[in-house]
Write a protein that binds this ligand. Structure first.
Ligand SMILES: [Cu+2]
Length: 75
């Protein structure tokens, strides 16, 4: 199953999927990616997170409710 995953607070490029070159749909600067296998991202955050970490999460509500989300702190 593919998980639509946005990362708040930054934009990124998809560098690889499962160790292979990214798909054509991954091209360009993005703020969300479909994750079905390991992906390597190069993320540029627009500001430090400070005391409020940025979040990444699956946009499928059942998955988000099952804690498929993370907190990212930048300095
Ligand atoms: Cu999901």
């Amino acid at each position: 199953m593919a998980h639509p995953l946005p990362i708040h607070g930054g934009h990124f490029e998809v560098l690889s999927r499962d160790g292979r070159p990214p798909l054509p749909r991954d091209a360009g600067l993005r703020d969300a990616v479909f994750v079905q296998q390991p992906v390597q991202l190069l993320v540029r955050f627009m500001q430090p997170s400070g005391r409020s970490p940025f979040t990444d999460h699956c946009q499928i509500l059942e998955h988000e409710g099952a804690k498929m989300m993370g907190r990212l702190t930048t300095v």
